[in-house]
Every structure is written in structure tokens, then in C-alpha cells.
Write a protein that binds this ligand. Structure first.
Ligand SMILES: *Cc1c(COP(=O)(O)O)cnc(C)c1O
Length: 810
């Protein structure tokens, strides 16, 4: 029986929002009973969530099939976004909002006696990423679906996503994350989409050609998650690979009683998709990581070639149908791997394979930090990927001959290392940075010689975030006010937020804006009191710094200034202080000792300050553990102030900064990353700018005494460092922070001391501005009104036009 012949339109073509509630209710009950095998009286919250998820998923399949059929039928070019990380978060509510079933689902669940909010919060976060880079990939998937850009996301289906964070006596403790311990209702296993991934072994030359005889193989097996765009007009596929053994379970060994050995090949293969590396912006040069990168990349490329050939296209036409984007250097092995597949499996000559590969590939650079630029020892690289070592050398050789003016120190293989940044650059037809400032620095500092040899290859695509998740879904009160004020349809035309500007002068609008923010603050205060025993006053300034803990992001600057703030209140108890709640959130990489020490300090300072009866009503510090996407969705709508205080020149773009801006939180920040563009959009009156510029940072470091001089010039900073060094915040171990204080005095690479006074003063301006309610509300509303540029829809349009040459299907 052929249910839905391909030449007939897919049945559910009615606008999704018009689907009757009874149909949804019936589907939920049907899934509860027949998919989950649960009788209604015994159904748990988990069962209801699963049943609802399946019923919602059913409604995504229609748009998904329609999109896939159209892409095939119209022979459309597709984007393939290769990323080692997709920091997705929860899926249910996002899907419900995007297909317009929000009201219906609420009503139906209430009818069924279920608390929809509780079901939504029962879903574990899909935390297949560390931070900004992985979250960007997730926003891009959603925007590509919204714009009707035919696309596949390719990643790894990690069994354990980013670790869970707890605090024990203020210190970070990591525990494994296990999102897949429950059924994952959003994915479809595709055991038929499986590829052999080779590793190690030898390269043999026979009949004048090279043949890789691998020493190990594993199987990459696909799991597909549909990603639906706004209003369900289009849906793409996120295809994640799980690793399986090629060799079957050894029944002989098992029967002989050798149980562990019988299961060994399986265990070994599965390690490839077992865990996400928890390092953000650093790499460790571990063999397993290189294998993971190759596993993802080879599986994706084999899949792309299979799809291309099955459509009857020639390999020469690959660039007309296929764009491949490398999210950072992690999938940079794509260059040599595509050349290998074209040469070794399809008999193409090197020159042609190289040209086709380069026409398909784009590379996004995400960081200037030297410790983040992947480099593999040629020994490791050649051992794991012997055939690719040959191809990389051939690429390097071709590049050197073709551009004879290339300086001797430039190249892919240097000092017994394979440099993945140079490899990605040379193999890509376009290289992009992620903010205007960052792209300029990529040209000037990171790849100056390659930029000279290949002018025009480096372009800029400033990051963005999806306003569906980061405004419409996570901030209902504000989203409702926006729709009331500028009308429906701003979610996929974010420039329309500009329409709010006409209303900021209207006291009624400001009061409504204030009420929306206050509603979010009250909800957050309640959550914080149960989560980390902080009693938050909704009238206080909610001052938020949430992001990975990193020296360059300078959570240290924030907590030092918090100490200065505390001392100022003690020194002037009768001044007109504005109450403030300083909220921190973020994880440190498990091996990053300095970052963990900063976490410890924040918690220690918080314990002392929060317990001080003299300041308790004016200053509180909250650090809820385990920052993730769901926590961001709670914190950001309730924020009054966005802390974006990185050392200038170090934050490539930031995307947290954009989420805060959309949600009406002015920034206190440096001229770094996309802060530069945020400032430009919102205007200097609505942004608390401080600190050295990227150029001044470089100059300042030339003075080896910069930190000591800055400290000696600042009484407040001296006092703060003195208090910490004396053990005021670590009475159980007074010398706990001697090392930290010593490093600020004598090293301070990230210029915490040099920027301290300017930051301290800017925080004073925040207090002053907040006390003037009308002024503050105007600032806050203008931040939302002028945030349209930072929709990831704008970013994706830029990639489609400038890098991928892909036309939208809607
Ligand atoms: C947006 C986001 C980030 C990135 O934040 P930055 O401030 O740009 O570093 C990291 N983690 C989570 C959970 C996010 O939602």
C-alpha cells in the first residue's frame, strides 16, 4: 500500500495553527497508549511529555517531507553545515512555538489535567556543545529553516553532552551528563544510512595509484532530527552520527566465557561518539579528538557524495549543488578528505579534485586566541590519517608553487605540525570572521600573508541569534507587548522592532515595558530562591554575566568590582545606593585551573557578602550552578544589565550580548567583538562603554609594569586586592588567593588592573542611570528596538549571498 505517493502533495497542507485541538488531543492520547504503552491513570509526567512530543513531531513531518521533496524536485543547491557542536537546548517548546501551536497545546494539556510548563521543563537540554560556537550552529539551523535555505546540519550524536556542574564548598565539580538515558523523541534512527570510517594502517601504491589500507574501521550511523522554521514553512535535517563497530559481537569468545573481550570492539567503536570534549577555545591535541573530527567529516562527505550521485549529477557539478561550511577548524579535514574520496574512490586527478573541493568549502574562523588554533603533531596526524598526511603535503606543495611569493614561514605543515587554520584557509573559497572587528583582526593579525596572497577571500558575517527562541519563546511578556505595539510578523522581520522607537516617548508604553521586565524578574527571583538560596529583590538591578568562565571574558574583573562596590556601601552607608543583584553563570573546562579558581572566588565572595547584614538589602551575589541554554532562557529576559567586559581584541563576536540586547538589557562593555556593532546600532547614550580598545591593549602590554602601575594608581583596586589577600573571603584558608592576587600584580595578561577604574566608574553610571526610571526604561526599550540587525536570519542571508550562492526556497 502506497500511502503518500511522491507526486501527490503531502496531506497536511492546511495552516498548522488551524488544526483543531481535538485532533491534537486524540494524537496525544493515541501516542500515550500505543507508542508508550501507558494507560491514562498511570501516566507520569515523562509519559505525557513523550506523548506530546510525538504528537508535535507528527506535525513537523509534513513540512519536512514537503521541503525535502521540493529540494529534490527543483534540483536546489544545499548547504551542509559541519560542526562538532550543536548546543540545542530543549526542543519541545521551540517546535510548538514555531509551528504556531502554542495556544492550542496549552489548552489541550490543561484539558488533559497537565501543567504544560512542567512538561516543557521536564525535557533535558540537548547540550552537544560548549558555548557560543555550538549555540551559533543551533541558531543557524533554525534560521536556515525559517528562510527556506535547503540545508543539512552534520554533527556527532554524543552520548554524553557537556558535563553537569555542581559546587562543593564553592568549587566546581563535574558530573557526566546523560540526556540519552531517556528516549529522545525528536530523532529518527536511520540504520540504512551508514558509512565505514577508516583510520590508521598504511598507504600502498599499486598500478601507479595510492590505496589506503586502514588498520581500523568503525561505522557511522545516522540519526535525523527535523528542524522546523518559523510558522512551519520549511524544515531541514540535523543529521548526527553515532559510532558502531564494524566487527560483529564475538559470540565464540562469549561462549568461552570471555565476556569482556567479546564486547571489546563494540566498546572501542562507541568511544568515538561517547563524549563531547569540554574545552572551550582550547584544544588538547588528543588522538581521540582527531578521530572524532574525522569521523564526523568523513561520514558527512560520504553522505553528500552519495546524495549528489544518486540525483544523477556528475562529480564535476558538485559545487553547483553543494556548499559545505566548516564551523571553525574542527572539520578542516574536509579539504583533504573530499580530495581523497574524489581521487581514491572516483578516480579523479589531484588538480581537478582540488578545484572542486575548494569551490565547495567555506571556513568560519571563531577565535584569535593562539591556544585555540588546532595543530596536530605530524606524528599523530600521519598515524591516524596516513593518506591525508600525503594529501596535505601535496596541497601545501601546490600552494607554495602556485604562489611563489609565499614566505617560508607560511604553510600548512611547519615544525612537525599540521596547522588546521592554514589548511582550512587554503582549502576554502571564502573565509569569514564573525564580527566586523574580528574579521579585520583575522586579516591583520591571524592570516596577514594568506590575506595578501588571496585578497577578497576573507569576508565578514557578523553573528546573530534566532529571535524565535531568544525573544518570542523565552520572553512572553515582552513578545506580547511588541506584537501589541508594532503588530504581528516581527519574528521573521526583526527590523520591524524599530517601530518601537516611536513609542519610547510614551509613558504608557514605558510602563508596559517596565511591567514585562518586572514580571520576568519576579519569576527569576522565585527560581533563584529555590535554586541557590539567594533572596532577590525584584526592584534591584539584575546585573548578569553568563558565559563560559574564561580569563579573557574577565569574570574576575566583575567580582573584584563587586568587592569594591561592597566596600563603598560600607564606607558610605547613607548614600542613595541602588540595590543590585549580581548574577553569574558559567562552567569552566575541567582542566582549566585558573578558571576554576575564579569560580571559587566568586562563590567565596558571594558567601561573605550575602551574609553581611549591613549590606544585605543593597547587594547580593547569585551563582546558580550548571549554566545551560535553559538557564539562559530564564536569566536573560529578567536581566537589567548585560555584562560584556572581555579584554578588547579577544572576544570574536559574542552572541550572549545580542540576546540581552533583544530582551531590553543595556550593555556595560568594552569595544570588543560584536559589542562594537551593538554600540553603533543602539547609540552611545544607551550603552555603558568603558576600557581600553584592542589597539590600546596591545600597546599597554608593551610596558611590563602595566599592572603594578594601574594598581598603584587605584585606591579601590588596592583595597580589594588587600582584602582578598588577607583572606576576608576565605577565612578557613586565608592564603587561598595569594597566587591569584600575585598574578594580577605581576602578570595580568588580560588587563584586569588596567581596566578596573574605568569599569568601576561605568558601574557608578549604571546606578545613576537606573535611578532615573524614565531614562532607564527608554534605554532598555531602545536596546530592544534597535536589535534587529542581530537576528541570525540576517547572518544566514549574508552567508547565502556571499559564501554559499544558495537561493531561498520561500
Ligand atoms: C548564547 C550562549 C552562550 C554564548 O555566550 P557568550 O556570552 O557569547 O559567550 C554560551 N552558552 C549558552 C548556554 C548560551 O545560550
Amino acid at each position: 500500500m502506497e500511502l503518500y505517493p511522491v507526486n501527490r502533495p503531502f496531506p497536511t497542507s492546511a495552516p498548522l495553527a488551524d488544526l483543531p485541538a481535538e485532533a491534537l488531543r486524540d494524537d496525544i492520547l493515541r501516542h500515550l497508549i500505543y507508542t508508550l504503552g501507558k494507560d491514562v491513570p498511570h501516566a507520569t509526567r515523562y509519559d505525557w511529555r513523550m506523548a506530546l512530543s510525538y504528537a508535535v513531531r507528527d506535525r513537523i513531518v509534513g513540512p519536512w517531507f514537503r521541503s525535502t521533496r521540493r529540494t529534490w524536485a527543483e534540483g536546489r543547491k544545499r548547504v551542509h553545515y559541519l560542526s562538532m557542536e550543536f548546543l540545542i537546548g530543549r526542543i519541545l517548546e521551540d517546535a510548538v512555538v514555531n509551528i504556531g501551536l502554542d495556544e492550542t497545546v496549552r489548552g489541550v494539556m490543561a484539558d488533559l489535567g497537565q501543567d504544560y510548563r512542567a512538561l516543557v521543563e521536564d525535557e533535558p537540554d540537548a547540550a552537544l556543545g560548549n558555548g557560543g560556537l555550538g549555540r551559533l550552529a543551533a541558531c543557524f539551523m533554525e534560521s536556515m529553516a525559517t528562510l527556506g535555505c535547503p540545508a543539512y546540519g552534520y554533527g556527532i550524536r554524543y552520548e554524553h553532552g557537556l558535563f553537569r556542574q555542581r559546587f562543593e564548598a564553592g568549587f566546581q565539580v563535574e558530573t557526566p551528563e546523560d540526556w540519552l538515558s531517556q528516549a529522545h523523541p525528536w530523532e529518527f534512527a536511520r540504520p540504512e544510512a551508514a558509512y565505514v570510517i577508516p583510520f590508521k594502517g598504511e598507504v600502498e601504491t599499486r598500478d601507479g595509484r595510492d590505496h589506503w589500507v586502514p588498520g581500523e574501521t568503525v561505522i557511522a550511523s545516522a540519526f535525523d532530527t527535523p528542524v522546523v522554521g518559523w510558522q512551519g514553512k520549511w524544515a531541514n535535517t540535523l543529521r548526527l552520527w553515532g559510532a558502531k563497530p564494524t566487527t560483529q559481537f564475538d559470540l565464540d569468545r562469549f561462549n568461552r566465557g570471555d565476556y569482556a573481550a567479546a564486547a571489546e570492539p563494540e566498546a572501542l567503536a562507541r568511544t568515538l561518539s561517547r563524549v563531547l570534549y569540554p574545552d572551550d577555545t582550547t584544544y588538547q591535541g588528543k588522538e581521540l579528538r582527531l578521530k572524532q573530527e574525522f569521523f564526523l567529516t568523513s561520514a558527512a562527505l560520504q553522505d553528500i557524495l552519495r546524495r549528489h550521485l544518486s540525483a544523477g549529477h556528475s562529480l564535476a557539478s558538485l559545487p553547483a549543488h553543494v556548499a559545505i561550511q566548516m564551523n571553525d577548524t574542527h572539520p578542516a579535514i574536509a579539504g583533504p578528505e573530499l580530495i581523497r574520496l574524489l581521487m581514491d574512490d572516483h578516480g579523479m586527478v589531484f588538480a581537478e579534485a582540488l578545484e572542486i573541493t575548494r569551490a565547495c568549502l567555506g571556513y568560519t574562523n571563531h577565535t584569535l586566541l593562539p591556544e585555540a588554533l588546532e595543530r596536530w603533531a605530524t606524528f599523530t596526524f600521519g598515524n591516524v590519517l596516513p593518506r591525508h598526511m600525503q594529501i596535505v603535503e601535496r596541497i601545501d606543495d601546490w600552494h607554495r608553487r602556485t604562489w611563489p611569493s609565499r614566505p617560508h614561514y607560511v604553510g600548512i605543515v611547519k615544525h612537525h605540525e599540521v596547522r588546521m587554520g592554514e589548511l582550512a584557509f587554503i582549502m576554502a573559497h571564502k573565509v569569514n570572521g564573525v564580527s566586523a572587528l574580528h574579521s579585520d583582526l583575522v586579516k591583520a593579525n591571524l592570516f596577514p600573508e594568506l590575506n595578501r596572497l588571496h585578497p577578497g577571500r576573507i569576508v565578514n558575517q557578523t553573528n546573530g541569534v534566532t529571535p524565535r527562541r531568544w525573544l518570542r519563546m523565552c520572553n512572553r511578556p515582552l513578545a506580547g507587548l511588541i506584537t501589541e505595539t508594532v503588530g504581528a510578523g516581527w519574528e521573521d522581520h526583526l527590523d520591524r522592532l524599530r517601530g518601537l522607537e516611536d513609542h519610547v516617548g510614551d509613558a504608557g508604553f514605558r510602563a508596559a515595558f517596565d511591567a514585562a521586565k518586572r514580571q520576568n524578574k519576579v519569576a527569576l527571583a522565585e527560581w533563584l530562591s529555590s535554586e541557590c538560596e539567594v533572596k532577590a529583590d525584584p526592584d534591584a538591578i539584575f546585573d548578569v554575566q553568563v558565559k563560559r568562565i574564561h580569563e579573557y571574558k574577565r569574570q574576575l574583573l566583575n567580582i573584584l568590582q563587586a568587592v569594591a562596590h561592597w566596600k563603598s556601601i560600607h564606607d558610605n552607608p547613607n548614600a542613595a545606593w541602588v540595590p543590585r543583584l549580581r548574577i553569574f553563570g558559567g562552567k569552566a573546562a575541567p582542566g582549566y585551573a585558573v578558571a576554576k579558581e575564579i569560580i571559587h572566588l566568586i562563590n567565596d565572595v558571594g558567601s561573605v557578602i550575602n551574609a553581611d547584614p549591613a549590606t544585605r538589602d543593597l547587594l547580593q551575589i547569585a551563582y546558580p550552578a550548571n549554566y545551560n541554554v535553559s538557564m539562559a532562557e530564564r536569566l536573560i529576559p529578567a536581566a537589567d544589565l548585560s555584562e560584556q567586559i572581555s579584554t578588547a581584541g579577544k572576544e570574536a563576536s559574542g552572541t550572549g550580548n545580542m540576546k540581552f540586547m533583544m530582551n531590553g538589557a543595556p550593555t556595560i562593555g568594552t569595544l570588543d567583538g560584536a559589542n562594537v556593532e551593538i554600540l553603533q546600532e543602539v547609540g552611545a547614550d544607551n550603552f555603558f562603554l568603558f576600557g581600553l580598545t584592542a589597539g590600546e591593549v596591545v600597546k599597554r602590554r608593551e610596558d611590563p609594569d602595566h599592572a603594578r602601575k594601574a594598581i598603584e594608581a587605584s585606591q579601590p583596586l588596592q583595597d580589594v586586592l588587600q582584602m582578598i589577600a588577607e583572606g576576608r573571603f576565605s577565612p578557613d584558608q586565608p592564603d587561598r588567593y595569594h597566587g591569584l592576587v600575585h598574578r594580577i600584580w605581576h602578570h595580568d595578561y588580560f588587563l584586569v588592573a588596567a581596566d578596573f577604574d574605568a569599569y568601576h566608574a561605568a558601574q557608578g553610571q549604571v546606578d545613576h542611570a537606573y535611578a532615573d526610571r524614565d531614562r532607564w526604561l527608554k534605554m532598555a526599550a531602545l536596546n530592544t528596538a534597535r536589535s534587529g540587525l542581530f537576528s541570525s536570519d540576517r547572518t544566514i542571508r549574508g552567508y547565502m549571498d556571499e559564501i554559499w550562492s544558495v537561493e531561498p526556497a520561500i
